[in-house]
Design a protein around this ligand. Structure first.
Ligand code: ZN
Ligand code: ZN
Length: 274
C-alpha cells in the first residue's frame, strides 16, 4: 500500500518530531563523508558476499561507547536488548549473521579510520547535529558504524526519542539500504515515529524487505551476542527480549505511578505505588 507522504506528515500532529526523526545516512567516498538521503538502489554498497546473493555472510558488531551509561533513560540492558532486536529483524529476511565482538578502534567520532580488523558495525554516541546516523558499508573503519546523539532522552517505548526505531533505521543504512521515498517503510525518512511500541515490537515493512533482499538475497541469519549463556541464538534473544520487556514495562509503571499516583494493575506490582 502506498503512502502519501504529504498528508501523513501534515495530519500526524507530529510534524516536528517526524522531521527530527528524519535520520540521515552517510556514505564514505574516498576520505570524504557525504550525507546521502538518496533513493533506493543508487548506492550499490554492501558488505562483501563472495559466494553470491542469498549466501551466508558474517558481519561483526560491537558496542563502542553506547553502553557507558550516558543515556539516562534507557539502561544498558535495554540498549543491548533493543539493538539485538533490531539486528534480529534484519537477519530475519536475509542470510546475515551478526556476531558481537569486543569493541576496538578509536573513540567514537566521524573521523575516518582504518578498518584494521575492528568490528564492522560499531554502535556509539557523540555530539551530533542530527538525531542519529549510520554509515554505509565499505572498506574503511567508519563504514557500518551507527551513531546516536548524546544527551537525548532516548527511550525504547513510547517516549519522544525511540531508540528501537532509530537503531532499526540506521542499521538499514549500515547494511547498504537507502531511503525509501514512496512507500511506508522503516527506511522512509518521513516514517512517523511511534510505530514501534517497546521491546518486542520492531518489524520491517515490505519495501524494507524488498530492498534488503535486492542486495543480499533471501535467507535467514542470526544474532550472536557475546557470552550468550546459557543458550545461543534466537532462543536467548527471545528470553532476553521478554525479560527486558518485563523490566521496561514495570519501570514505566513505576514512573507513571510516581507521577500520577495511578497504577495499572495489569503490569504493576503493589510496591510500585511507593
Ligand atoms: Zn536515514
Ligand atoms: Zn557520527
Amino acid at each position: 500500500m502506498g503512502l502519501d507522504r504529504g498528508p501523513v506528515i501534515q495530519s500526524s500532529g507530529n510534524r516536528k518530531r517526524i522531521a527530527r526523526f528524519c535520520l540521515a545516512g552517510a556514505v564514505i567516498l574516498g576520505s570524504f563523508l557525504v550525507a546521502a538521503p538518496v533513493r533506493a538502489d543508487t548506492i550499490g554498497l554492501q558488505w562483501p558476499q563472495p559466494q553470491g546473493k542469498a549466501t551466508s555472510i558474517s558481519i561483526t558488531y560491537s558496542y563502542a561507547n553506547l553502553l557507558d551509561g550516558t543515556f539516562l533513560v534507557i539502561t544498558p540492558a535495554e540498549l543491548r536488548a533493543a539493538t539485538e532486536e533490531a539486528l534480529g529483524v534484519w537477519a530475519s529476511y536475509a542470510p546475515l549473521h551478526f556476531i558481537e565482538r569486543p569493541d576496538s578502534g578509536p573513540d567514537v567520532s566521524d573521523q575516518p579510520y582504518a578498518a584494521d580488523g575492528h568490528p564492522q558495525i560499531r554502535f556509539g554516541h557523540h555530539v551530533l547535529a542530527e538525531v542519529a546516523h549510520g554509515f554505509y558499508p565499505g572498506a574503511e573503519g567508519l563504514a557500518g558504524d551507527v551513531h546516536f546523539a548524546s544527551g537525548i532522552p532516548w527511550t525504547v517505548g513510547d517516549g519522544h526519542w525511540n531508540y528501537l526505531e532509530a537503531v532499526t533505521h540506521e542499521l538499514g543504512h549500515a547494511l547498504g539500504l537507502t531511503h525509501e521515498l514512496d512507500e511506508i517503510a522503516v527506511m522512509n525518512p518521513s516514517y512517523p515515529s511511534h510505530r514501534f511500541d517497546g521491546l518486542g515490537s520492531a518489524h520491517l515493512y515490505s519495501a524494507d524487505i524488498r530492498q534488503l533482499q535486492g542486495i543480499y538475497g533471501r535467507g535467514v541469519g542470526s544474532v550472536q551476542p557475546l557470552n550468550p549463556a546459557p543458550e545461543p541464538g534466537t532462543s536467548l534473544l527471545v528470553v532476553t527480549g521478554i525479560v527486558a520487556l518485563a523490566h521496561y514495562r514495570r519501570r514505566r509503571c513505576q514512573i507513571s505511578a510516581r507521577n500520577t499516583g495511578a497504577i495499572d494493575p495489569l503490569c504493576c506490582r503493589s510496591e510500585d505505588r511507593k
